[in-house]
Write a protein that binds this ligand. Structure first.
Ligand SMILES: NC(=O)c1ccc[n+]([C@@H]2O[C@H](COP(=O)([O-])OP(=O)(O)OC[C@H]3O[C@@H](n4cnc5c(N)ncnc54)[C@H](OP(=O)(O)O)[C@@H]3O)[C@@H](O)[C@H]2O)c1
Length: 264
């Protein structure tokens, strides 16, 4: 299967990085309107196309990897060139529904995905859904591409906007959480050297413990929290500041924005 990447930014780069040994470089066609984005891959055997329609015309599968806001102009360019017929569409754009592709290009097989940035180091979490025109064989192939970049789950499309808040955007909340712990450590006078690594290790270790154990998050919280102890004081403060409610409100805002992007 020959692949065309339209938009070669951060996320496309993460997918490309995991495709070694799965797809030959010569079967990958790149197009980005920002020439430096493609120049980053000068040492690879990818084909740098002269336009989005040229990349699409050469490929069987088209990966839409531009920002949702840039999708209308890209659609217009591809419609004018009339090159989408018979292509398998894979979209990584947040919030853009499958229907937007079939409305623009007719009844095509479309796989909508929601990756996340840990995919950059092969630790991604990628949600996928598809329309009825995608064959099992094509879906399995595309899932293999994303399995190489982390772990995958298959969802109904009605859940795709919600999963953005859970796995697509959540790395940002985790980074903010890590930064907040780090900055509090500094504010309390801890030395900067090695502190950020220490916080990362605590977060990674906690997530790994939760995954490896048969305990619930509440049971593991209880294991850390002795009566009248230090953690209890910290948790009472987080409750006072409505930590959990803040996270929920943030995630609802994220899902709402995904819905807005899909309507734009
Ligand atoms: N970042 C995340 O955590 C994340 C997570 C899940 C999904 N996604 C989705 O992944 C997609 C890509 O995000 P990203 O962070 O990789 O974006 P990015 O780094 O900005 O890359 C997109 C690239 O596409 C180019 N582009 C824009 N319009 C184009 C057009 N009409 N034709 C050709 N190239 C065009 C951009 O150029 P310009 O810079 O000139 O616009 C840019 O180089 C988005 O749809 C986003 O919703 C992102």
């Amino acid at each position: 299967m020959k692949l065309a990447f339209l938009g070669v930014g951060n996320m496309a780069g993460a997918i490309l990085g995991s495709l070694r040994n799965i797809v030959d470089d010569a079967d990958i066609f790149l197009f980005d309107r920002y020439p430096e984005a493609m120049a980053r891959y000068a040492d690879r055997g990818y084909v740098r196309a002269e336009s989005a329609p040229a990349a699409v015309a050469a490929a069987d599968c088209v990966i839409f990897a531009v920002k949702p806001q840039n999708m209308p102009e890209l659609f217009a360019e591809l419609q004018a060139a009339d090159v989408m017929h018979g292509k398998l569409v894979v979209s990584i754009a947040a919030g853009i529904p499958i229907k937007a592709f079939t409305d623009a290009f007719g009844p095509l097989p479309v796989i909508r995905t929601m990756p996340n940035t840990p995919m950059l180091i092969g630790e991604g979490m990628i949600a996928l859904c598809r329309n009825a025109l995608v064959t099992d064989e094509d879906f399995a192939f595309v899932r293999t591409l994303f399995d190489a970049a982390g772990s995958t789950i298959v969802l109904d499309e009605c859940d795709m906007n919600k999963i953005i808040s859970v796995t697509g955007s959540s790395p940002a909340y985790v980074f903010l959480f890590i930064k907040s712990i780090y900055e509090s450590g500094l504010a309390q006078g801890l030395a900067e050297d090695g502190l950020l690594d220490a916080v990362c290790d605590a977060v990674i270790g906690s997530a790994k413990l939760l995954k490896a154990s048969d305990k619930t998050p509440d049971e593991l919280i209880a294991m850390v929290t002795s009566k009248k102890g230090t953690t209890e004081q910290a948790l009472l403060k987080l409750e006072e500041y409505r930590f959990a409610e803040g996270i929920h409100a943030a995630m609802l805002a994220c899902t709402k924005r995904a819905e807005e992007l899909g309507r734009a």
